[in-house]
Design a protein around this ligand. Structure first.
Ligand SMILES: [Mg+2]
Ligand SMILES: [Zn+2]
Length: 202
């Protein structure tokens, strides 16, 4: 069983999670709340992190906002629902950060070259500032190489999972020059790897 520890010896690292294809099913541009479906084992994996008092922070590109497919309000609602679904299994995500922009398409308000669209590490830096996190002791779990690249931009470790677009992205590692610190079948395996690494190091 995973019990919260009483003494706070946990280092200030966090686990950053991609959303689509990593903790919920990849459906293209998610635009309805009833499309949100947790992947098997995701809640349990997040609960393990919660019990170790490791901050769990979601970081997602939502260019559907720039493209006019969804609103920022919808993104916020989807994250509230996500935490309600996780709460059924006693798990929770501590904070949510999203990039609504796109560099080339969409509404003028959101069409820009920003510093928060993955693989740029802007949202990691924002989260680190807000929650006093040590990014070099942090991990990013995602199904795309942009998730891995974002991690490596700030010397965090990037784990590629094979759910969502993961299997296709894996084929691109050689040509892209981005090499995941670890490749895992899914978020459960990724979290177990992280907990093992931490045990070995601390
Ligand atoms: Mg994804
Ligand atoms: Zn952005």
């Amino acid at each position: 069983m995973h019990k919260p520890t009483t003494q706070d010896t946990t280092p200030n690292g966090a686990v950053f999670l991609d959303r689509d294809g990593t903790i919920i099913r990849e459906v293209g541009y998610l635009s309805r709340l009833d499309e949100i479906e947790l992947l098997p084992g995701a809640a349990e994996a997040i609960l393990k992190l919660n019990c170790q008092r490791i901050p769990v922070i979601l970081i997602t590109n939502q260019s559907g906002v720039a493209r006019g497919k969804i609103t920022e309000e919808f993104v916020k609602q989807s994250h509230l629902l996500l935490n309600r679904l996780l709460a059924r299994e006693n798990a929770h995500i501590d904070d949510f950060f999203y990039c609504p922009h796109h560099p080339e398409v969409g509404n003028a308000q959101y069409r820009k070259i920003c510093t928060c669209r993955k693989p740029a590490p802007g949202l990691l830096l924002q989260a680190a500032g807000k929650h006093s996190l040590d990014l070099e002791r942090s991990f990013v779990i995602g199904d795309k190489l942009i998730d891995v690249k974002m991690a490596q931009e700030v010397n965090a470790r990037g784990i590629l999972v094979k759910t969502g677009y993961g299997n296709d992205e894996l084929k691109l590692t050689e040509t892209s020059g981005v090499s995941p610190d670890q490749v895992c079948s899914d978020i459960s395996e990724a979290v177990d790897w992280i907990l093992k690494i931490r045990e070995d190091n601390f």
